[in-house]
Design a protein around this ligand. Structure first.
Ligand code: SF4
Length: 191
């Protein structure tokens, strides 16, 4: 079973968010409080894709609200129980991709920023190596299950990796994230 078994018949964002609440497409639903669906403008030109929800995201049901999200806010060029932060398995990532693909199709952004290896591998393939492709304008690979959208894709680190990394390298790692986000913003078409 995957998330595809729980997708609604439409690509309406409200329908998708409501249906995602009941997803049992992989075993991760067992230990989670709730699904964390995307937020933002329905016609956003840029979409940020993270990884599995952290403790605060799980408790609030909102994306990027924990320490890593606050660091991300800072890096953006404009403007009871505690779950252990574990990387999802490839099976879980693949099982969850239908939600990401449906949201991508619904929003149809010009630029997608993949934050961290989990997001990058989910969309660009398991062999993708972030260190070899920073500040590159990438495209989604083809495939039967890939949505009919063609955003420019940029991969960078997840802000949580900066917080987990050595203290003495944080400033440098943070600046590299800011530079990657500026690069991504520079790919947005002028409107
Ligand atoms: S992680 Fe994704 S596929 Fe698994 S239960 Fe949650 S929403 Fe469904």
């Amino acid at each position: 079973m995957t998330a595809a078994d729980f997708l609604p018949p439409t690509k309406d964002l409200d329908d998708l968010a409501a249906a995602a609440k009941g997803c049992q497409g992989c075993d991760l639903f067992r230990d989670a409080d709730q699904t964390v669906f995307g937020e933002g403008a329905r016609s956003a030109t840029m979409m940020l894709v993270g990884e599995q929800p952290g403790d605060q995201e799980d408790r609030t049901g909102r994306p990027f609200v924990g320490p890593a999200g606050r660091l991300l806010d800072k890096a953006l060029p404009e403007r009871g129980k505690r779950r252990i932060h574990q990387t999802p398995t490839r099976t879980e990532v693949v099982a969850c991709r239908p939600w990401l693909f449906a949201e991508l199709e619904a929003v149809n952004p010009d630029v997608v920023v993949l934050l961290g290896a989990t997001a990058a591998k989910a969309l660009l393939g398991n062999d993708f190596r972030l260190t070899a492709h920073r500040q590159e304008a990438l495209r989604l690979p083809g495939g039967d299950d890939v949505p009919p959208v063609d955003p420019t894709v940029v991969a960078t680190v997840h802000p949580s990796s900066i917080l987990r990394g050595p203290q003495e390298r944080r400033d440098e790692a943070f600046q590299a994230l800011v530079d990657d986000l500026r690069f991504a913003a520079g790919l947005l078409p002028n409107r």
